[in-house]
Design a protein around this ligand. Structure first.
Ligand code: NAD
Length: 446
């Protein structure tokens, strides 16, 4: 019988203290605080992404079977947009903001200044392995920090490409990529950081937060969960189906803000079925296995987890799967009970259950009985329904009419609430996350 030694949390050659110590020494020189250094790093990151996009697209194809168009748009292009948006506004964001003072303190002046935190840690997951490592890094650099980036070991080609390219293009004394899995992350988490930015699941989120507490390090936790789509009678079901399919089956459903399930009010549960089937066929053809832009499941563990969920309802479309290539067709399941296995955890794959509910009250109660979602989506023509969803539910984001879109708008904060996470980023929110907002008051002595 084969025996194997389990990997322990400390089984690594990584000298995490040396990595962090080197970055701390760089931070102490204050060079990363200068606006010129920040700009130069962001511009270098832009050059890296532009000059090496073919290599990065190939890495993303190797890790997740991502098609070239999707890989470019959702990972490289996304990060380039974030860089451009930040560079265009950085001077404005870094300018001290004058603050008003109460009369009793006058004469005096006051301002609010953003200062870098120090050395930050970014821990990224595998599903958008480039975007979710580099978009936080954009914020960390814009805020003038040194950073350790820990890519996901489950996307090894992208991890290796980032390690190679970042050390070549960025200030290597200020930015370090540490590749590895649990032992390496555990070793890093024993160090003191000035901020930890973690994207991934809530179980590891708890480990990260506990480790951070030892050093009083603030954390951002970008977690997941089940993001519902409320379908209201009277809405254009054909249009809704097309948009649900686009958001759901991107990256083969392995998207943190993917619509997890459809909460279908009244007769929309039955009525949406043919439109969803048609939208899947229109998008991916009769055989999605051959569609160049349809991804694969990241590994066999996730493939087995997902195929075990296929019996949770009546198959409307899809269901085909092949373990050898980790292909799972875009699948819609109808008549799904809230007690079904597929409704117990975030699906994180290309299975879309339709859960019927009688009315809006029941839909709102259903949402509020569960963890606060990362995103809530709704298709409705009713202003009153929109208002009720806005005021009677809580979620990281609320989007009407276009699932997943909010995350591409850099002026909107991106983050969760409750079990879906804490903190937010993108655009100026990233700068806030990775800066200390300092109060400065200056009163003359006479
Ligand atoms: P993962 O397995 O790649 O883990 C994420 C990171 O945590 C990796 O870098 C990994 O090395 C590290 N890690 C794993 N176990 C650890 C441990 N015991 N101790 C320390 N570090 C450890 O990714 P995942 O968690 O499977 O990612 C999927 C989850 O992430 C889903 O729930 C998804 O919704 C969520 N997600 C959220 C967002 C968001 O922006 N809110 C984005 C993408 C994914």
């Amino acid at each position: 019988m084969a025996s194997h030694t389990p990997v322990t949390d400390t089984d690594t050659d990584l000298d995490a203290a040396a990595v962090v110590g080197r970055l701390r020494a760089t931070f102490a020189t204050r060079r990363t605080a200068s606006p010129a250094w920040r700009r130069a790093q962001l511009e270098a990151l832009r050059t890296l992404l532009t000059d090496h996009s073919d290599e990065l697209v190939a890495a993303l194809a190797a890790d997740l079977g991502k098609g070239p168009e999707e890989a470019y748009r959702t990972e490289i292009g996304f990060t380039l947009n974030e860089i451009g948006h930040t560079l265009d506004r950085l001077d404005d964001w870094l300018a001290p903001r004058p603050a008003e003072l109460p009369e009793r303190l006058l004469p005096a002046t006051a301002q609010v200044v953003r200062e870098p935190l120090g050395v930050v840690l970014v821990i990224a997951p595998w599903n958008y392995p480039l975007q979710l490592a580099l978009a936080p890094l954009v914020g960390a650099l814009a805020a003038g920090n040194c950073a350790v980036v820990k890519p996901s070991e489950l996307a090894p080609a992208t991890s290796a490409a980032m390690a190679r390219l970042l050390s070549r293009h960025l200030d290597a004394e200020a930015v370090a990529v540490v590749e590895g899995a649990v032992p390496e992350t555990t070793a890093l988490l024993a160090q003191r950081f000035d901020h930890i930015f973690y994207t991934g699941n809530g179980a590891v989120g708890r480990i990260v937060m506990a480790a951070a507490a030892r050093h009083l390090t603030p954390v951002t936790l970008e977690l997941g969960g089940k993001s519902p789509v409320v379908l209201d009678p009277g809405t254009d079901l054909a249009a809704a189906a097309r948009r649900i399919v686009t958001g759901k089956f991107l990256n083969a459903g392995q998207t943190c803000v993917a619509p997890d399930y459809v909460l279908a009010i009244g007769d929309t549960a039955r009525a949406i079925e043919p439109y969803l089937a048609e939208a899947v066929r229109d998008t991916y053809g009769a055989d999605p296995a051959g569609a160049g832009e349809y991804g694969r499941i990241v590994n066999e563990r996730h493939f087995d987890r997902l195929t075990a969920l296929l019996g949770s309802g009546r198959t409307v479309v899809g269901g085909a799967h092949d373990r050898a290539t980790r292909y799972l067709a875009p699948t819609v399941l109808a008549d799904v009970s809230p007690d079904a296995p597929v409704m117990q955890e975030e699906i994180f794959g290309p299975i879309l259950p339709i859960v019927p509910v009688p009315d809006l009250d029941a839909a709102i109660a259903f949402i509020n009985e569960r963890d606060k979602p990362l995103a809530l989506y709704a298709f409705t023509d009713s202003a009153a329904t929109k208002q009720r969803l806005l005021t009677e539910t809580s979620s990281g984001a609320l989007t009407f009419g276009l699932p997943v879109a909010h995350l591409t708008a850099p002026d909107l904060p991106f983050g969760g609430v409750g079990e879906s996470g804490m903190g937010r980023y993108h655009g100026e929110y990233s700068l806030d996350t990775f800066s200390h907002t300092k109060a400065v008051l200056d009163k003359p002595l006479v």
